[in-house]
Design a binder for this molecule. Structure first.
Ligand SMILES: O=C(O)CCC(=O)C(=O)O
Length: 276
């Protein structure tokens, strides 16, 4: 029996045209989010001196706690409604904005960051706190995924936690919409959608977990990211292009074999993949 797709035809068609969705029924209750937030505290305890929550990346490979969130049946139903029957999980990371932290996330397309081909991946953004305009909710440019990959430039002085940003003038910033969520809700965005977020001047934390899924025909360039690992979520991996990960035994654990994005792999990798 195929899993029920919980997306309506209207939601699927809006995702296709606008590149994101944020009106889905909640995945976790308030009570469950209290539990999940305690789990997040356990992960934060594993950070070493000088590290920030940004280091909690791909720890679903070593933390059963995170692996189980990424494999949540409702989330996978939503993803299946958009990617189709055969897809895998490969990425996860936290974007935590502490109260009165003015760091931003510059405008970017995820597909530019990832050494993946073809561009048939998406992100589920799970709110660990209410994410509001006041505390720096993510903002998206509806329909921007249709323009293909945009030119990105390396920046170091914009206050962004990312180093590669879309060059200005390629999209209309004035049509940006905030993706506000209650804790326990998710939004989903396509890998070429232009998005970013402002700082958090409010007294409230804004934490979200991003989880990345791809169709099984998506291949990672292992010369850029040798540590890439996939976890089949639904269907069959007929292509077998990528290494498979093993399900973590420990409830909480660090990942020492870091994954590398195009940003981290450096200018040569960027030149090779993006022909810049
Ligand atoms: O959480 C944010 O503010 C940005 C998230 C993001 O950039 C991403 O999902 O790639």
């Amino acid at each position: 029996m195929p899993a029920p797709h919980r997306l309506s035809p209207d939601q699927s068609s809006r995702f296709e045209h606008e590149g994101f969705l944020n009106d889905l029924p909640p995945v976790f209750t308030r009570e469950e989010m209290v539990e999940l937030n305690s789990g997040l505290q356990e992960l934060l305890k594993l950070l070493r001196a000088g590290e920030t929550s940004k280091e909690i990346r791909e720890w679903h490979e070593t933390s059963r706690f995170l692996y189980d969130i990424c494999m949540n049946g409702t989330i996978l139903d939503y993803v299946e409604g958009l990617l189709g029957p055969d897809f895998y999980l490969w990425g996860s990371n936290f974007f935590i904005k502490e109260p009165r932290n003015l760091s931003t996330v510059g405008w970017h397309q995820d597909a530019y960051y990832w050494p993946l081909d073809p561009h048939e991946s998406l992100t589920v953004w799970l709110a660990f706190d209410d994410s509001t305009v006041e505390n720096g909710a993510m903002r998206v440019i509806p329909g921007s995924h249709k323009a293909g990959l945009l030119k990105h430039v390396r920046v170091s002085d914009t206050g962004s936690v990312l180093m590669l940003e879309c060059e200005r003038g390629q999209f209309r910033e004035d049509v940006a919409v905030p993706v506000t969520l209650h804790a326990g809700e998710v939004s989903i965005h396509e890998d070429k959608l232009v998005h970013g977020s402002p700082g958090n001047p409010s007294p409230h934390r804004r934490a979200g977990l991003t989880v990345r899924y791809s169709r099984t025909n998506v291949k990672c360039d292992l010369s850029v990211n040798p540590n890439f690992k996939t976890y089949l979520c639904r269907g069959v991996d007929r292509c077998r292009y990528n290494p498979m990960g093993t399900v973590p035994a420990a409830r909480y654990g660090r990942l020492e074999q870091k994954h590398l994005s195009v940003e981290e792999a450096g200018v040569e990798a960027e030149k090779k993949l993006r022909l810049v």
